[in-house]
Design a protein around this ligand. Structure first.
Ligand code: URA
Length: 223
């Protein structure tokens, strides 16, 4: 397997941090400090504080603002995107750029409002120039998303695009094959669909996302 220089740098830094965490008494202590060790006592607010000051990967060096997530903490439907882009990095909020406007329309197409759902990303910090996330960055960030899902307890997770779907389902299957059906994510239904940014470039596939959203709407109505 070949790595680019910056990828290697990121992996080496992650390993270094992991060793430092072990020396400090375990990785848990860094992500969940001593007074928050009781995982069930962790709130979204305290998790957000962790994320805002997170140093777990090199993306903290280039971010303007970390983007924790936004929406209804009791949402039945949770969307998971890839990573903040330029607009999100500047505002500290998820999906506020052009792709975000399209996501709002997608949400409204099934009779919901943005404030009814919860929106988060796999990565909480913007990769420079919107490059694809590195595996080491996804790994460094993944506990934050897992904890968000655990706290929100949505009935359905809609994974937007390849990175969200593949990292949550731990698979390399292409999004074209993953989308359109229900998967199991730790006991929660997960529906992958195309990312709104992809739809801006491929508007012909909007009808496929509409099909996926109808399935989600039906499932939520029945429960
Ligand atoms: N794309 C994403 O995946 N997430 C955002 O928050 C914005 C654009």
């Amino acid at each position: 397997m070949k790595f680019k220089k910056e990828e290697l740098h990121s992996i080496v830094n992650s390993v270094k941090r992991h060793i430092e965490m072990e020396a400090l008494g375990g990785a848990e202590d860094l992500l969940f400090p001593a007074d928050e060790k009781n995982r069930s006592a962790i709130s979204l607010e305290s998790l957000e504080k962790e994320v805002i000051s997170c140093l777990r990967c090199d993306l903290h060096r280039t971010r303007t603002k970390a983007v924790f997530g936004a929406g209804n903490p009791g949402a039945k439907l949770m969307f998971v995107g890839e990573a903040p882009g330029r607009d999100e990095d500047l505002r500290g909020a998820p999906f506020v750029g052009r792709a975000g406007q399209l996501l709002t329309k997608i949400i409204e197409s099934i009779g919901l409002r943005r404030k009814d759902v919860y929106i988060a990303n796999v990565l909480k910090c913007r990769p420079p120039n919107n490059r694809n996330p590195f595996p080491a960055e996804i790994l460094a960030c993944e506990n934050y998303l897992l904890k968000q899902i655990e706290l929100i307890k949505p009935r359905v997770i809609c994974a937007l695009g390849k990175f969200a779907a593949q990292s949550l389902l731990a698979t390399n299957e292409p999004i074209s094959r993953l989308r359109g059906r229900f998967h199991d994510y730790r006991g929660t239904k997960l529906v992958p669909t195309y990312h709104p940014a992809y739809l801006l470039r491929n508007p012909g596939d909007k009808r496929l996302v509409w099909e996926d959203m109808k399935k989600i709407r039906k499932y939520l109505k029945e429960r």
